[in-house]
Write a protein that binds this ligand. Structure first.
Ligand code: FES
Length: 580
C-alpha cells in the first residue's frame, strides 16, 4: 500500500480558529495567550492535541502527565504547538460497575474533544485496557492525523522468588486460598508485590494486548507496546511520537489511510501470536466500525486459525512484559509472522511506510520469551469463534489459555442466573456440581450487566478445587480479563438479556463444546428450544436515567463490537458555526 503525502505548506484546520484578524480570530488567540504562548505559535504551524487519559483514579495511567511533557517536547522540536487536554479515563481496576460500560462514553468524549477544538493532529496517551480502544475509536470517527503512545507496563512483580503477574496471580492465589494450599496472610503479603511500579498490567492482559494491537494496526511507532512505563526509553518513545505527529499532519496521514482491512487482519494474527486477550475481539470490531471496515467475528477465526502463539507470557505462558521488551518486543513477533508468510507486509503505519520496513531487520534476543515458530507454545493460538444453537451470533474462546483435555467436552449444565446468583451459591458445599459439569452464567453481557463485566472466568467451586482440579468448562455472555485463563466460552451472542438462547438454558441440560469444529451446542430438541425462547421474558431492569440508560438502550451486541448504534462510523472533523 503506498501513501502520497499532501503538499506542504498549506493552510491547516487550526487556522480557522487562529488565522486572520476577525473578532473571532482575536478571541480564539487572545484566550490561548493567557497560558503564556508567544504570538508566532499561531502562525499556521501544526497544532497538536495531546489527548490524555491521565487520572489518579486510573492507577495504570497515573504517570501519563510526565509522558505528555515528553510528547510536547517532541512537538515543539518539530515545529508544532502542543496543547494537552483531558478526557474521561476508564480505569479497569476501580471503575464500577465496569470500565467497559464507559468505553463508549470515553470514545465519545475523545471524538467530540478532538472535533470541537482547534487541532490538526492528536497524540493519544493511553494505557489501561479501555483507554486505548476508546482513544482509537474516537480519533477514527474524526479522522485527523492521530498516533498512540502507550503508558507501558509495570515492572515485573516478584514474590518469594516467583514472578507475580498482574491479575493472573490474583486469580491463581484466590483459587489457592479456596483450595487451602496457601493462607490468606500469604495472599495479603503478595498484594504489594503485584504492582511495584507505575504502568499497566505486566501480563499479556488487555492493556498490553491493546498496546500491541495499536502497534500492529500501524497506529503507533514501532516498538511502542512493550517498553516498561518507568524505562527511560518510554520517554524517548513519547518524545519521538511528538516529533512524528507534526510530520503526519504535514503529510495529512490520517487513521482512514492506515486502518484498512489488511491492518485489522494483521492485528488479528498478531493477537494470536502474542496470546492476546479476548477483549481485543470486541475492541477491534468497534474500531473497524468507526472507519467503515467490514470486520466480522468470522475474520477473527479465519485469520487467527493457523497462527502459533510464540510469546511466552502470562496468562498463556511464563514471563512478563518486561522480559518481552528485553527480548525485542512486538517488532520481533511481527517479523516472525512476516517470515512465516502470515503478514501483509505492505500495510501502512504512522511511519508513512509499510510495516515490514519497521521490523525486517530486528533480532530476537531471547528465544524462550519469544519462541521461534518451530517451537511455539501452541500451533493454534488464534481466538476460536464458536457457533451453534447456543450461540447463533457467535462466542469466543482463547485456546492458548484453555485446557487441552476440555476442548472437546460434553457436560451437565449448572446454571447461574446472574453474577449475584453465582456468588450466592458457588461456595455452597451442597451445590450439585463436579468437574465434568459445565458452568453457565447469564445476564452479564453488554446490556445485561450492564457493561459486560469481566466475570466469565468464574472461580471453581471449592469442593472441586480441593480435588486439585483447576479448570472446568464455563460459558457466559460476559468478558474475561486478559490476565485470566481457563476453558472459558465468552461473549455468547445474542446475550441472555436480549433473549439469546443462553437465556433459556436450564440446570441439567447437556451442553457440548467442540473447539476443533468451532461448535457449541445445547443438546435439547429444536422444538423445546423454540418453546423456551417463545416463553422467555426479560428479568433485567432498564437503568433509570443517565449514561447507564443511554448505554442500555443503544449498546450493540458483543458480536459486532458493543459500540453504541449512534456512534458507529466516521463523522469527520467539520465543526459547526462559531460560538461568538
Ligand atoms: Fe489497568 Fe490492568 S488494570 S491495565
Amino acid at each position: 500500500m503506498t501513501f502520497t503525502p499532501a503538499k506542504w505548506p498549506r493552510t491547516l484546520r487550526s487556522q480557522t480558529w487562529f488565522g486572520g484578524t476577525s473578532k473571532d480570530n482575536i478571541y480564539y488567540r487572545s484566550w490561548m495567550k493567557n497560558q503564556g504562548l508567544p504570538a508566532d505559535l499561531f502562525d499556521g504551524r501544526p497544532v497538536i492535541g495531546i489527548c490524555n487519559t491521565w487520572s489518579q483514579m486510573t492507577p495504570c495511567n497515573a504517570h501519563l502527565r510526565d509522558l505528555a511533557e515528553r510528547v510536547a517536547h517532541g512537538i515543539y522540536e518539530a515545529g508544532g504547538l502542543p496543547l494537552e487536554f483531558p478526557v474521561f479515563s476508564t480505569g479497569e481496576s476501580a471503575l464500577r460497575p465496569t470500565a467497559m460500560m464507559f468505553r463508549n462514553l470515553a470514545a465519545m468524549d475523545v471524538e467530540e474533544a478532538i472535533r470541537g477544538n482547534p487541532m490538526d493532529g492528536v497524540v493519544l496517551l493511553a494505557g489501561c485496557d479501555k483507554t486505548t480502544p476508546a482513544c482509537l475509536m474516537g480519533a477514527a470517527s474524526v479522522d485527523i492525523p492521530a498516533i498512540v503512545v502507550s503508558g507501558g507496563p509495570m515492572l515485573n512483580g516478584w514474590f518469594r522468588g516467583e514472578r507475580v503477574g498482574s491479575g493472573t496471580a490474583l486469580w491463581q492465589m484466590s483459587e489457592a486460598v479456596k483450595a487451602g494450599t496457601i493462607s490468606n496472610a500469604d495472599f495479603l503479603e503478595a498484594e504489594a508485590a503485584m504492582s511495584r511500579s507505575p504502568g499497566s498490567c505486566n501480563t499479556m492482559g488487555t492493556a498490553s494486548t491493546m498496546a500491541s494491537m495499536a502497534e500492529a494496526l500501524g497506529m503507533a511507532l514501532s516498538g511502542n507496546a512493550a517498553i516498561p512505563a518507568v524505562d527511560s526509553r518510554r520517554r524517548v518513545m513519547a518524545h519521538l511520537t511528538g516529533r512524528r505527529i507534526v510530520d503526519m499532519v504535514k503529510d495529512d496521514l490520517k487513521p482512514s489511510d492506515i486502518l484498512k482491512k489488511t491492518a485489522f487482519e494483521n492485528a488479528i494474527r498478531v493477537n494470536g501470536a502474542i496470546g492476546g486477550s479476548t477483549n481485543a475481539v470486541i475492541h477491534l470490531l468497534a474500531i473497524a466500525g468507526r472507519v467503515g471496515v467490514d470486520l466480522t467475528l468470522d475474520d477473527w477465526d479465519r485469520c487467527g486459525r493457523d497462527i502459533p502463539t510464540i510469546v511466552n507470557l502470562m496468562p498463556s505462558g511464563k514471563y512478563l512484559m518486561e522480559e518481552f521488551f528485553y527480548a525485542g518486543g512486538l517488532p520481533v513477533v511481527i517479523k516472525a509472522l512476516g517470515d512465516a508468510d502470515k503478514l501483509d507486509k505492505s500495510a501502512l503505519t504512522v511511519s508513512g511506510g509499510p510495516i515490514w520496513d519497521e521490523v525486517k531487520d530486528v533480532r530476537n534476543w531471547n528465544e524462550d520469551v519469544i519462541r521461534p515458530v518451530s517451537n511455539a507454545l501452541t500451533d493454534h493460538g488464534g481466538i476460536a469463534v464458536l457457533r451453534g444453537n447456543l450461540a447463533p451470533g457467535g462466542a469466543v474462546l482463547k485456546p492458548s489459555a484453555a485446557s487441552e483435555h476440555l476442548m472437546v467436552h460434553r457436560g451437565r449444565a449448572v446454571v447461574f442466573e446472574d453474577i449475584d446468583d453465582y456468588k450466592a451459591r458457588i461456595n455452597d458445599e451442597a451445590l450439585d456440581i463436579d468437574e465434568t459439569c459445565v458452568m453457565v452464567m447469564k445476564n452479564c453481557g453488554p446490556r445485561g450487566y450492564p457493561g459486560m463485566a469481566e466475570v466469565g472466568n468464574m472461580g471453581l467451586p471449592p469442593k472441586v478445587l480441593r480435588k486439585g482440579i483447576t479448570d472446568m468448562v464455563r460459558i457466559s455472555d460476559a468478558r474475561m480479563s486478559g490476565t485470566a485463563y481457563g476453558t472459558v466460552v465468552l461473549h455468547t451472542s445474542p446475550e441472555a438479556a436480549r433473549g439469546g438462547p443462553l437465556a433459556v438454558v436450564k440446570t441439567g441440560d447437556m451442553i457440548e463444546l467442540d473447539v476443533p469444529n468451532r461448535r457449541i451446542h445445547l443438546d435439547i430438541p429444536d422444538a423445546e428450544l423454540a418453546a423456551r425462547l417463545a416463553a422467555w421474558t426479560t428479568n433485567t431492569a432498564r437503568p433509570s436515567g443517565g449514561w447507564a440508560q443511554l448505554y442500555h438502550d443503544h449498546v450493540q451486541g458483543a458480536d459486532t463490537g458493543a459500540d453504541m448504534d449512534f456512534l458507529i462510523g466516521c463523522r469527520g472533523n467539520a465543526v459547526g458555526r462559531d460560538s461568538h
